[in-house]
Design a protein around this ligand. Structure first.
Ligand code: MN
Length: 205
């Protein structure tokens, strides 16, 4: 079954003024769509892998034929990263996480402010395109902050992505131009901690 572009769970304008409507529309309808289309195209030559769900495909990336592996990393990673990105943002969101996520962040970083700092530094020091991530590390049974280039998915390293900020220029250039730090600062206002809580609970299962 072909991979499909998910509909946003809110209007393009829902994250204003932090993320503008035009950026949301172009980002989801053109950038994300291109990842989905190119993933399906790449998988045409690998029917054994075409039926796999996106998480299994990325977790088991080494089993993907070498000829299309990089295309699956780029476009499959792009598809999954963006599908997650739309879900971990919401209008009337932000603030500080409580519950299991708040506890896991405190255990790993000391407090929320230190986590925010580390996560932002990762976002700002990712040279060129990529993502800053909060992940669940099953081996350490703890959360961790990492950065990854391009559309590389944490799933390929055995990690479970819980929260990620897209720092490709297409994610912020229309409104923030070169000011990536301002974009990241504003982005905290749209973080959907309820969804992150759900993802952490699933990751621990
Ligand atoms: Mn993007």
């Amino acid at each position: 079954m072909a991979h499909t572009l998910p509909a946003l769970p809110y209007a393009f304008s829902a994250l204003e003024p932090h993320i503008d409507a035009l950026t949301m529309e172009i980002h989801s309808q053109r950038h994300h769509k291109a990842y989905v289309d190119n993933l399906n195209k790449a998988l045409e030559s690998a029917p054994d892998h075409a039926g796999k769900d996106i998480v299994s495909l990325l977790r088991d990336i080494k089993s993907v034929p070498e000829g299309i592996r990089q295309a699956v990393i780029n476009n499959g990673g792009g598809h999954h990263n963006h599908a997650l990105f739309w879900e971990i943002m919401a209008p009337n969101a932000g603030g500080e996480p409580t519950g299991a996520v708040g506890d896991a962040i405190k255990a790993a970083f000391g407090d929320f402010a230190k986590f925010k700092d580390t996560f932002k530094q990762n976002a700002l020091t990712q040279f060129g395109s990529g993502w800053s991530w909060l992940v669940w590390d099953p081996a350490k049974t703890a959360v961790a902050a990492i950065k990854l280039p391009n559309q590389n998915s944490p799933l390929m390293d055995g990690l479970v992505p819980l929260l990620g900020v897209d720092v490709w220029e297409h994610a912020y250039y229309l409104k923030y131009q070169n000011k990536r730090a301002d974009y990241v600062d504003a982005w905290w206002n749209v973080v959907n901690w309820k969804k992150v809580e759900e993802l952490l609970a699933n990751a621990k299962k």
